[in-house]
Design a protein around this ligand. Structure first.
Ligand SMILES: C[S@@+](CC[C@H](N)C(=O)[O-])C[C@H]1O[C@@H](n2cnc3c(N)ncnc32)[C@H](O)[C@@H]1O
Length: 231
């Protein structure tokens, strides 16, 4: 069973990736132009972004309410594969946006025989679009998309977690991980997409914190970190 090869779901995902590309083109081009004009390195740009986010992450994501900021189809395929490999039945996602990554993960739950995904998103318009996209994909029954700040909405997730995708405000990766840490099963997979915060990387790469972790060579430069809970 591989729902991703199902014509209808593949078409829906293709269309969503096209929509994402169109919606984010100007934003992405602007970022690249700014980097070029400033002569800053990628590391410097990211460090600046972390400072800006620390001051007002809600404001920053409000200004990007129309942007998808979604995972690539290559990373989506990886999400599906890893959720199948660990036979996940309980998944949490921080940063749902329009639900592209959620569809890959929920498709894996369906093919694993069922399960539950809790997603969370700050922007109400994005929550509505994510729910509609999941509905169109026939996966809405597997996903509970919670509107609000992950630091509140993920306080009670009602059970243990096989797989956690962290893909929200860059500066909240460590607080969200620590919030959910008591719920991670031994062997749980934690995927950080855009995991650039040095505090987060130092934490998951320190075996004393009961993780093994390494960069993931998918979409290199996007800060993909692959982490497994060891206890
Ligand atoms: C990179 S996008 C997520 C993309 C999505 N995972 C996908 O691949 O389709 C990050 C999203 O996280 C949301 N976000 C940022 N901080 C958040 C927070 N504290 N709580 C909930 N959502 C948050 C943003 O509004 C944004 O839509």
């Amino acid at each position: 069973m591989n729902s991703l090869s199902n014509g209808r779901l593949a078409q829906i995902l293709d269309k969503l990736h096209q929509d994402a590309e169109a919606a984010d083109r100007d934003y992405m081009t602007g970022i690249m132009a700014d980097i070029e004009a400033s002569g800053a390195t990628l590391e410097q740009v990211i460090a600046e972004k972390l400072v800006e986010e620390r001051a007002d992450y809600r404001g920053i994501y409000r200004s990007r309410a129309d942007n998808f900021l979604a995972v690539s189809s290559a990373y989506g395929g990886f999400l599906y594969a890893i959720a199948r490999a660990c036979r996940a039945t309980r998944i949490v996602e921080f940063g749902t946006s329009m639900g592209i990554s959620t569809i890959y993960l929920a498709a894996a739950l369906r093919d694993n025989g069922g399960g539950h995904l809790i997603g969370t998103e700050l922007e109400s318009a994005k929550v509505a679009r994510a729910r509609a996209n999941l509905d169109a994909a026939g996966l809405a029954d597997l996903a509970d998309i919670r509107e609000g700040d992950a630091l509140e909405t993920l306080k009670d997730i009602g059970g243990d977690v096989d797989l956690l995708l962290i893909d929200g405000a860059f500066t909240l990766y460590l607080p969200v991980l620590k919030l959910l840490e008591p719920r991670l099963k031994p062997g749980a997979v934690v995927l950080g997409e855009n995991a650039f915060d040095p505090g987060y990387l130092d934490y998951v790469r320190n075996p004393a914190n009961h993780y093994v972790s390494q960069p993931l060579p998918v979409d290199e430069g996007r800060g993909n970190e692959f982490t497994v809970r060891t206890a």
